[in-house]
Every structure is written in structure tokens, then in C-alpha cells.
Design a protein around this ligand. Structure first.
Ligand SMILES: NC(=O)c1ccc[n+]([C@@H]2O[C@H](COP(=O)([O-])OP(=O)(O)OC[C@H]3O[C@@H](n4cnc5c(N)ncnc54)[C@H](OP(=O)(O)O)[C@@H]3O)[C@@H](O)[C@H]2O)c1
Length: 381
């Protein structure tokens, strides 16, 4: 059987490295065409030796020159243009978009326009330009396979989307689920980065602590599955064993359950529609699980979730504002410039200032994104 030609954008991150672990287990099924990382040159160096990609992209042109000398047989690229070049190569059967934040949008669009299927971890892409990306994917016959465990769960549950009434997205609740508002207000980056269930990149870990991550996932789900916001529920489930569920019009609920490991959704997206044992290391046991707890999210403690619903429902450029303000506020929090609780206040302020553009073009999306980022940085200063 012909090997799947695959590229990974963000191969040195949490999702990227786990995608390579999945591929390592089923090496006979894949050929790595390209890898792209940011600043972690040591790791990408190791990945080049192990997976022998034909093309590699790194963030800085200085690092590109260094790697060029070391790997004369590899085509080296640099910067955002390099990511788009990789994603425009029609030899790809599948591209994993595993960068964090707004960097994911341009490469995803390039791949979709070139009729290349996507395994999408980068939720910010659909938050910023869900309508444009999904419409372009449909026009080009491109499959967007979600890697986010909740959306992967929903993808697995859906047989006929026309009969789906409601999506139920689960959330672990993050490190501050049972903390008071005062404790959340004074949380340090270190406490915020100590997620109880998942080991992820810094940006998504902070988003998980504020529940903005769940809000971004609600918007992502709306675009992926075409379900209205009023029919997307979020429910806290601290054990992270039920990864999400759907309710059909007849009242039947189908949930996807499994051990909390990102290897499972990543492998699902990489091998879809095939199912194989691959990287599986353990079977799920209801007896070991013992408890399945559920509770309503507290929107007073976690206002970001409320803001994301509001931005999603407003549509147009509101989610672009939400995403840009949040990303800049998260960076500022990680640098110790603001408190955790100020993230929601900054996002709310930016959302209240945006002018309405109902169906923004992709150029308008990037323009507004830059504008909001500049305003957010100014506000933080
Ligand atoms: N981690 C999870 O379990 C998880 C689960 C569900 C969804 N997601 C989503 O998946 C995405 C990635 O999350 P993550 O946790 O894997 O993030 P991460 O660990 O921070 O990884 C980000 C990746 O992007 C690379 N990168 C950063 N700037 C770049 C640039 N300018 N050009 C090229 N590459 C660049 C980083 O490279 P360097 O490290 O080399 O700088 C790294 O490889 C996010 O959108 C997140 O919401 C993650």
C-alpha cells in the first residue's frame, strides 16, 4: 500500500511531538515530507535525523542557515512563507496543523486551497476564520479532521449530522475548578501551568485555566459541525474520560469515552477512515474509572467562556477580536505583566470596542487581528 505523504506544522510542540510518536509506531504507513518548528532547533535537528523529511522550516532565517550547513540534502525554509510553501505542496496527502495561535491560519488556508486534507489541532484557525476555511474546504473537497479530543469525539459519534440536535462538549475544569475567585485572581503562571489532566503547550494551558479554551472549542465546534451556539453545551467533567457527546433528535445520546491521551485523537485523524491498534498502550476499564462526575461551569469564576459564546453568537469579526485580545493577554500574563483574572477584563473591553463587520474577507480578518493586538498591547502597557 502507498504510504501517506504527511507534513507537520509545529512538529516540536506538544501535539507535534505526539504526532511523531504515533507515526513512529506505524512507520510503514507514513512518509514525512516536511516538518516545521519555531525556535527549538535542537529538537528539530533530532527530528530531521530520525524522520528524514525532504523539507524543513524554522522560524528564524539564522537558524535556517545553520541547519542548511548541517543538512545539505534537506530543503530548508524560514518564516511564515516557508510554512505556506510546505502547505502548498500537492504531494502532501495530509498536513497536521499543530502550531498554537494565529500562525495556523495562513498555512491551513494554503493547504485547503491546494486540496490537501488537514488534521487540525490549531483551533484558533477556525475561531478567526471558520466560515472562510470551511467554505474553501467544501469547495475544494478537503477533509478537516479535528485533533482536539472533544471534536474528535464528536466526529466519532456522528453518523448523520442532519439528525444531530445538540453537542455536549466536556471540560476538565482546569487547575482552578475548585478554587475561589480570590485564589484565581492571584494565581501565578506556575500554578496556572500545572494542569491536572493534560500536558500541553503554555498558551492552551492558560486558556484551559480560564476556560477560554472551552470557549474557543465551542466556536470551533460550531464551524466544524454547523450546529448553532444555543445547541452547544459545555459541561465540566473533571475525570476527562468522556471526551464529548452528541444528542440525536430522538433523545439518544452517544458519548465517546477513553483514557485521557492525545495519542488517540491524533492517531484517529492521521489514519482516518482506518482504525488500527497503533500506539494504544492500555485498555479503558469502567471499573478502574469508578466515577464520572459532571457539573455546570461557573461563569462568574470563568467569564471567558461567557465571552466566547457571546463573540461566537455575534459572529463576523467578534471572534477575531476575542482571539487576538486573548492571545496577547495570555502572553502578557505569562510574562508577569497582568493577573490571570485581567485576561477576561481585557478581552471584554476589546470586544466592546470592535466595529461590526458581518462577513469579513480574509484580508479584513488579518487587518482587524493586527489592529486588536496593537490596541491590547497598548491597553496592557
Ligand atoms: N497540546 C494539546 O494537548 C492540545 C490539545 C488539543 C488542541 N491543541 C491545540 O493545538 C495547537 C498546538 O498546541 P500545543 O500545545 O502543541 O502548542 P505548543 O506545545 O506550544 O507547540 C507549538 C508549536 O508551534 C511551533 N511554532 C511556534 N511559533 C512558530 C512559528 N512562527 N513558525 C513555526 N512554528 C512555530 C512551536 O515551535 P518551537 O517549540 O520550536 O518554538 C511548536 O512546535 C494549539 O492551537 C492548541 O490549542 C493542543
Amino acid at each position: 500500500m502507498k504510504k501517506k505523504q504527511i507534513s507537520i506544522i509545529g512538529s516540536t510542540g506538544s501535539i507535534g511531538t505526539q504526532a511523531l510518536e504515533v507515526i513512529e509506531k506505524i512507520r510503514d504507513k507514513f512518509e514525512i515530507l516536511a516538518l516545521a518548528g519555531g525556535d527549538n532547533i535542537e529538537l528539530i535537528n533530532k527530528q530531521i535525523r530520525q524522520f528524514k523529511p525532504k523539507t524543513v522550516c524554522v522560524k528564524s532565517f539564522e537558524a535556517k542557515t545553520r541547519l542548511e550547513k548541517e543538512f545539505p540534502d534537506v530543503k530548508l525554509l524560514g518564516g511564515d512563507e516557508g510554512l505556506e510553501e510546505i502547505c502548498s505542496n500537492k504531494e502532501n496527502d495530509l498536513i497536521v496543523i499543530a502550531v498554537s495561535g494565529k500562525i495556523g491560519l495562513k498555512p491551513t488556508l494554503a493547504a485547503v486551497k491546494n486540496k490537501i486534507n488537514i488534521a487540525l489541532a490549531n483551533k484558533e484557525t477556525l475561531v478567526m476564520a471558520g466560515e472562510i476555511v470551511m467554505k474553501t474546504a467544501k469547495e475544494n473537497g478537503v477533509n478537516i479532521l479535528p485533533i482536539d479530543s472533544e471534536h474528535c469525539a464528536i466526529h466519532q459519534c456522528i453518523k448523520n449530522i442532519a439528525n444531530v440536535e445538540r453537542l455536549i462538549i466536556t471540560a476538565s475544569g482546569g487547575p482552578f475548578l475548585n478554587k475561589s475567585i480570590d485564589e484565581i485572581k492571584n494565581a501565578t503562571p506556575e500554578q496556572t501551568l500545572a494542569h491536572p489532566q493534560w500536558n500541553m503547550g503554555k498558551k492552551i494551558t492558560v486558556d484551559s485555566a480560564t476556560l477560554m479554551n472551552k470557549g474557543l472549542e465551542v466556536i470551533e465546534a460550531h464551524h466544524l459541525f454547523g450546529i448553532s451556539y444555543e445547541n452547544i453545551d459545555v459541561i465540566i467533567h473533571p475525570q476527562s474520560l468522556v471526551h464529548s457527546a452528541i444528542e440525536y433528535v430522538d433523545g439518544s445520546v452517544i458519548a465517546q469515552i477513553g483514557l485521557p491521551s492525545m495519542h488517540i485523537p491524533i492517531q484517529y485523524a492521521l489514519t482516518y477512515p482506518e482504525r488500527i491498534e497503533g500506539i494504544k498502550s492500555k485498555s479503558f476499564s469502567f471499573l478502574d474509572a469508578k466515577r464520572f462526575d459532571f457539573e455546570q461551569p461557573d461563569l462568574e469564576k470563568f467569564p471567558c467562556l461567557k465571552l466566547a459564546y457571546a463573540a461566537g453568537e455575534a459572529g463576523g469579526i467578534a471572534p477575531v477580536c476575542l482571539n487576538a485580545a486573548n492571545e496577547e493577554a495570555v502572553f502578557a500574563f505569562l510574562q508577569g505583566k497582568i493577573k490571570l483574572y485581567e485576561i477576561s477584563q481585557i478581552v471584554e473591553k476589546m470586544l466592546s470596542q470592535h466595529t461590526t463587520v458581518k462577513s469579513p474577507s480574509i484580508e479584513e480578518v488579518f487587518e482587524i487581528d493586527s489592529e486588536i493586538r496593537a490596541k491590547t498591547i497598548e491597553l496592557i502597557r
